[in-house]
Design a protein around this ligand. Structure first.
Ligand SMILES: Nc1ncnc2c1ncn2[C@@H]1O[C@H](COP(=O)(O)OP(=O)(O)OP(=O)(O)O)[C@@H](O)[C@H]1O
Length: 479
């Protein structure tokens, strides 16, 4: 690598870095072992990071790494990896017991009183406490055990983007370690961005469209989606009982930990019910830990885990830039200019050339797509309404949008295309059913021609969407 530098890391330390906008970084493991949030690095292969990525290379036994490009960087000897590994070991024991129980294998006397349920883990904590990172580490550790277990990773943070676009929440079985290359795909690449479906490690999520970054915008809708996820996950991924053994890891938005108490309690309860949560990990928040111990401690193990000093405070503008990257990546793939001297490198487990996509632009008639908005255009929380006041449009009502109407909000809007309904054309039930349909992909309205009643649609592939149902949220395409 050109202008490369080497760092030797002592055992149980990590090299942390933050990238500036437009900077990229290639890191190669020269010697020893190392991992990025639980995903192991292969030796002598440059891994590329970009798009303002902030991450850490951790080593259990010590290593030498080489990097192409200096950035904000430091080595830390204080990490919470030992307690995180302890949590993983405890969860692993639950999986072993669950499998033994399923297979009717003998149980050691010391474990007869223990539960035989697989771990169904809820991770909660305030903003920037490292919840997503902890979920990734725990997931990657399960996949690495070589037992063939595929945990179900649930992303309930609509601003995270998960495996689809920002505004979506969903669930996916994870079969191979989740890469950390850019914040645009914090949980790996989804097969919903159609062409990467061909790649070997694409995730196949069950995703629903919430459409906004903040849960307080429409808590009733997000609650309904959470319950839908819980109901449908079994049919979709867990038909075989042994598929349930790896359990769930549920990542949540910070609004589950702080903020409006009533909504927060409702969403927590909905999640605990939907996924039959039996372990709650509270990341670095004493008060929340005590609160959850009191509320759920009799039936659920509530465990406080430390926050990593490496977690970076992400501000609002950074999050907006990441949403833009995510949408761009959904349509165009991951394009990162490697640092000088790097010609072949990997983004996670993908090679650089495999992840450039070519979206298509199509002109549709207004009548070709049925477009809805869920709830009113601006949804203030119910608690903000005057006492006794009712909304003109309820939070979970699907309202049809007429593209010919000036101010429809459609120009540059990101639309989720919904999976076709199961119940055919029963129009009356249909409005209701829209809320319960998963996403099959996303498009953007790039041009509206009202006089000719036509619109130009950017889609990730060339499949026809004529006759489909789309839902608008509050995300805009800003290219
Ligand atoms: N040990 C570490 N070293 C360097 N960067 C880290 C480390 N741990 C986490 N980060 C980075 O800090 C940022 C915030 O972490 P993360 O997304 O896990 O927090 P969160 O609590 O899930 O955030 P949110 O409030 O958005 O839900 C991410 O960019 C992540 O990659």
């Amino acid at each position: 690598m050109a202008a490369s530098r080497q760092w030797t890391l002592e055992p149980e330390t990590e090299y942390r870095f933050e990238l500036d906008p437009d900077a990229s970084l290639a890191i190669k493991l020269v010697h020893g072992n190392a991992e990025v949030f639980g995903a192991e690095l292969a030796a002598n292969r440059p891994y590329l990071f970009g798009q303002e990525c902030k991450a850490a290379i951790y080593t259990w036994q010590g290593c030498t790494i080489e990097m192409s490009h200096p950035s904000t960087e430091y080595v830390s000897e204080e990490t919470p990896m030992a307690p995180y590994a302890n949590v993983h070991n405890a969860l692993e024991k639950m999986r072993v017991r669950a499998l033994r129980h399923l297979r009717g294998s003998p149980v050691p006397p010391s474990e007869r009183a223990e539960s035989t349920e697989p771990p169904r883990v809820l991770v909660v904590g305030p903003e920037n406490s490292g919840k997503t990172t902890l979920c990734k580490i725990l997931t990657n550790y399960v996949v690495r055990t070589g037992q063939g277990w595929s945990p179900l990773l649930v992303n309930l943070d609509p601003s995270e983007g998960g495996w689809a676009a920002p505004g979506a929440i969903g669930i996916t079985p994870v079969h191979t370690p989740l890469p950390t290359s850019t914040p645009a795909s914090p949980l790996g690449t989804a097969a919903t961005s159609a062409p990467t479906a061909l790649s070997s490690n694409a995730l196949l999520p069950l995703a629903y469209w919430y459409g906004h970054a903040e849960t307080r915008r429409n808590p009733l809708l997000i609650e309904r989606i959470i319950r839908n996820l819980g109901e449908n996950v079994k049919d979709k991924y867990q038909a075989h009982p042994e598929a349930q053994v790896a359990g769930f890891i549920v990542d949540t938005p910070s609004s589950f930990a702080v903020g409006n108490n009533e909504d927060r309690q409702r969403l927590l309860k909905a999640t605990i019910d939907a996924f039959k949560i039996n372990v709650i990990l509270v990341v670095g928040h004493e008060k929340l830990n005590v609160e959850l111990q009191r509320a759920y401690g009799s039936s659920i193990s509530v465990v406080k885990v430390p926050k990593s000093g490496g977690v970076v405070e992400l501000d609002h503008l950074y999050r907006e830039r990441i949403h833009k990257f995510q949408l761009h990546t959904y349509f165009y793939g991951q394009v990162i200019q490697p640092p000088p001297g790097i010609t072949s490198a990997s983004l996670g487990s993908e090679t650089l050339s495999s992840i450039v996509l070519s979206p298509s632009s199509t002109i549709l008639n207004f009548g070709d797509l049925s477009i809805y908005r869920i709830g009113a255009e601006t949804m203030a929380p119910s608690s903000a309404l005057p006492i006794g006041a009712a909304r003109a449009v309820s939070e979970t009502q699907a309202v049809a949008i007429d593209p010919a109407q000036p101010g429809s909000g459609l120009l540059n809007a990101v639309l989720a295309i919904l999976a076709p309904p199961a119940n055919g054309d029963d129009a009356e039930r249909y409005d209701e059913e829209i809320l319960d349909l998963p996403i099959s992909g996303f498009v953007v309205v790039t041009k509206l021609d009202i006089p000719h009643r036509k619109m130009t649609i950017l889609a990730p592939n060339q499949g026809s969407i004529v006759g489909r149902t789309a839902v608008i949220g509050s995300y805009e395409w800003q290219e």
